[in-house]
Ligand binder design. Structure first.
Ligand SMILES: [Zn+2]
Length: 319
């Protein structure tokens, strides 16, 4: 599961660091650390308190001299914010920053909800443990943002300029990317999955494609995705290509009157035969992605509930 050299705390150069978790499959998210003189900013926490504690311990060689004063949550998915409480336990005065839309969305899927799904009896528990069984959600109290913004916010980390740019709704309702002009680096949150399939919980896809174009225009050298290995502009282009392909293919099938899940199966076969996309992990996410296209084309279209969406993803990957 975990390839050598792609896990753990690593310096990218000029006081920019990444914390990577293996192949970036379900829940195995990345985080970032931006270090100024005597002060640090953490980009995202991890899916549970134990993982976040291990990450913070691994950063101690740097953060002992430059403690974390600020956390940015790129979006509301638990694998980027459920660990907030471990940071505030160690640093009670830490400021937690997120977009307004992210702050609103965080309360919609609390850790207790995922704990309940993981602990559910029968088929539902089995299904969710297949996705999230490695993580420990019981007893996590989500610590919400203390400061919110819309559109853009500039932060100062001991003299370093950090630009937060809201690019959602795309992956979720309120995605934020974190841009460091002084070291030509961007932390993208789940606007990029590298080696895995992007999942469009919110959309529209056109917004996410626009976010890719915006990132390319930043002309950064180093790109830290929300999942998977560190990349560069080529990684941004690959995600944009996947989203453009799915948007076009799903639109054709929608206009022909095809059922959304049938369209996902059909496009899934095309993806499997396309060398640009066939090696991407979590291939079943096409079901959720096609559904997002159908929603954007028809405001009256209702998506299946979250349990059914996970059932469909599991079914596609078992086929
Ligand atoms: Zn994630």
């Amino acid at each position: 599961m975990t390839a050598a050299g792609t896990s753990g705390f690593q310096e990218l150069g000029e006081g920019c660091f990444a914390y990577l978790q293996g192949d970036g499959g379900w829940g195995w998210s990345n985080a970032g650390l931006i270090v100024g003189d005597g002060q640090s900013l953490l980009v995202d926490t991890l899916f549970d308190l134990e993982l976040t504690a291990a990450m913070l311990d691994s950063m101690a060689s740097v953060t002992s001299a430059a403690p974390i004063d600020t956390v940015v949550n790129t979006h509301a998915n638990g694998d980027h914010c459920y660990g907030n409480g471990e940071v505030t336990r160690r640093r009670p005065a830490v400021e937690i920053v997120a977009s307004e839309a992210t702050a609103r969305e965080m309360v919609e899927v609390p850790p207790s909800l995922l704990a309940g799904l993981n602990n559910a009896p029968g088929e539902v528990g089995e299904l969710f443990r297949g996705f999230f069984g490695d993580f420990h959600f019981d007893g996590i109290e989500l610590v919400p943002p203390t400061r919110t913004f819309t559109d853009r916010l500039q932060l100062d980390v001991a003299g370093r300029r950090v630009e937060l740019i809201e690019v959602g709704p795309a992956h979720t309702a309120g995605d934020t990317i974190v841009h460091l002009p002084d070291c030509a680096t961007v932390y993208t949150g789940d606007i990029l999955f590298i080696g895995g399939t992007p999942i469009v919980w919110a959309g529209p896809l056109s917004n996410w494609i626009a976010a890719c174009d915006l990132m390319l225009a930043l002309e950064v050298r180093t790109v830290v995705p929300g999942h998977g290995p560190v990349t560069d502009a080529a990684g941004i282009v690959a995600v944009r290509d996947y989203l453009s392909f799915v948007d076009a293919e799903a639109t054709v099938r929608h206009d022909a009157g095809m059922d959304a899940f049938d369209a996902a199966r059909d496009i899934g076969r095309a993806i499997g035969a396309d060398e640009r996309f066939s090696s991407l992990g979590e291939f079943g996410r096409i079901a959720v992605n096609v559904d997002a296209v159908y929603r954007s084309l028809d405001p009256g279209y209702t998506s299946p509930n979250v349990v059914e969406q996970f059932r469909r993803m599991a079914e596609l990957e078992q086929a």
